[in-house]
Design a protein around this ligand. Structure first.
Ligand code: ADP
Ligand code: MG
Length: 220
């Protein structure tokens, strides 16, 4: 589950080539951090995995299936954005439930799943709160729970912690790692802050100017 392969991905916006041939192999169930200066192509690469950008050339393979031409809602990839993008007028629980409510799943089954997910992100008591009544770190955890409701194989987090202070950032990353180990899914985490990732050991992809220039464990 969650095996990802990018083959010769190139992307141009008009005359500007922003990805210059990305080749990546990510084994199942990994926690991978993409780091690199602003504008080097991190978001574009991972938006492409989600199906929100089309490569100019190259192929995207998920679990052995070529999904290059498959629409976002049929890829089992979910993206958590930096600004959380929670619905401000819905409770935390309804935000989490959203993906299932769209699919005519029985009410009690949805309620059970939402309860499980709230527990998973340690916010059992917060289901009735509106996003405006939560801290930044709590909102981020709700966004993560929401991203997991359809049991995706890959969850992409695009600088999810950059608006949070350092302690909360590390807590979020710890939470993600424990979720990843329990749930057989791959987390791809974008950061431009090496301090965030230095403390933890996982795979790191270093990008620069549209290319992956280094790849290895934190220690390497
Ligand atoms: P990062 O996430 O590493 O900061 P991005 O992937 O967002 O970088 O952007 C890479 C480059 O592509 C930047 O130069 C950016 O301006 C450009 N870019 C991204 N999206 C678009 C778009 N929709 N149209 C034109 N240029 C874009
Ligand atoms: Mg970005």
């Amino acid at each position: 589950m969650g095996q990802i392969r990018l083959q010769g991905i190139r992307k141009s916006f008009g005359a500007l080539e922003v990805l210059k041939g990305i080749d990546l192999d990510i084994a199942e169930g990994e926690f991978v951090v993409f780091v690199g200066p602003s504008g080097c192509g991190k978001s574009t690469t991972l938006r492409m995995l989600g199906g929100f950008e089309e490569p100019t050339s190259g192929r995207i393979i998920l679990d052995g299936r070529d999904v290059t031409d498959v629409p976002p809602n049929r890829r089992n990839v979910n993206i958590v954005f930096q600004d959380y993008a929670l619905f401000p007028h819905l409770s935390a629980a309804r935000n989490i439930a959203f993906g299932l409510e769209m699919r005519a799943v029985p009410r009690d089954a949805i309620a059970r799943r939402v309860r499980d997910l709230l527990a998973l992100v340690h916010l059992e008591e917060f289901g009735d709160r509106q996003p405006g009544e939560l801290s930044g770190g709590q909102r981020q955890r709700i966004a993560i729970a929401r991203a997991m409701i359809l049991r995706p194989k890959v969850v992409v987090l695009d600088e999810p912690t950059s608006a949070l202070d350092m302690t909360v950032q590390v807590q979020i990353v710890d939470l993600l790692r424990s979720l990843q180990q329990k749930h057989e899914l791959a987390f791809l985490f974008i950061s431009h802050d090496l301090r965030v990732v230095r403390a933890m050991s996982h795979q790191i992809m270093v990008m620069r100017a549209g290319e992956v220039v280094e790849q290895g464990t934190t220690e390497q």
